[in-house]
Design a protein around this ligand. Structure first.
Ligand code: URA
Length: 247
């Protein structure tokens, strides 16, 4: 088993093969029946043999290891919804599913359908819960174009904590201008309320023209991915996400 599985529970050999090789249960059974799977040095044909931490599995002559969880950085395009499944629209998970057909991936945090940028996809519920927990205050950084020039009143209001139209008080947020472009802004939030940025600007009579998430915690979106592009996140990058620091 791979290093990151040291603490994981034993798993059926056929399931282990499916998850690590991304093959179907019947393909795994075929490999086993043909005697092409070696467990700890001996051919094993039993689908229900248990694979434990430290066991060595070889299939078709190659060592097999299973990554316990997957963490993906996706550059969400406009028009794609932040969900695992949707009866109508393409979801963020649809974009990566061909490469991970057997993983129960979901977005850890949402972006509106018309927003773009960094969405983190994972099948690690504990990690997602941890970085989304309000107490953790993991910062999310956005580039936001508004339909009116940025004012000092907006900057001060965001810093003090905006009260939305429904009366709810938002945590203080960073709002900065971009030199030379009066309607382009950078926003840093430490909470995730539905349509939060649009509603916060709305209290100042400003509309949001475009909204792009550029960082989660201390991890910046890899802009070379392009719209709809994605890649797995390294362990070092994961640690950056957990850090509260804004990018
Ligand atoms: N705030 C919004 O209004 N929309 C988003 O997609 C993210 C933050």
């Amino acid at each position: 088993m791979a290093k990151n599985e040291k603490n994981s529970a034993p798993m059926r050999l056929d399931r282990y093969l499916c998850e690590s090789l991304q093959i179907t249960r019947s393909q795994a059974k075929e490999l086993l029946a043909k005697g092409r799977v070696i467990l700890n040095g001996a051919v094993c044909k039993k689908a229900d043999a248990r694979v434990c931490a430290g066991d060595e599995v070889v299939a078709g002559g190659k060592a097999v290891s299973r990554q316990e969880f997957v963490y993906i950085m996706l550059d969400k395009p406009q028009g794609v919804v932040s969900a695992s499944e949707d009866g109508h629209d393409t979801t963020v998970v649809d974009l990566v599913r061909p490469a991970h057909p057997r993983r129960n991936l979901f977005p850890a945090g949402r972006l509106d359908k018309d927003s773009t940028g960094f969405v983190l996809l994972t099948d690690d519920g504990n990690f997602a819960h941890d970085i989304l927990a309000p107490k953790r205050h993991v910062a999310k950084t956005y580039t936001v174009r508004i339909d009116t020039p940025l004012t000092q009143a907006m900057i001060d209001g965001f810093a003090a904590g905006v009260t939305l139209a429904d009366g709810s008080l938002m945590q203080p947020a960073v709002l900065q201008g971009v030199p030379g472009d009066p309607t382009l802004t950078r926003v840093v939030l430490t909470q995730g309320v539905y349509h939060q940025i649009k509603r916060m600007f709305g209290t100042f009579g400003a509309g949001v023209v475009s909204l792009r998430r550029t960082a989660i915690g201390g991890l910046a979106l890899d802009e070379s991915l392009g719209a709809g592009g994605w890649r797995e996140i390294s362990a070092d990058e994961l640690a950056l996400i957990r850090s509260k620091e804004e990018n």
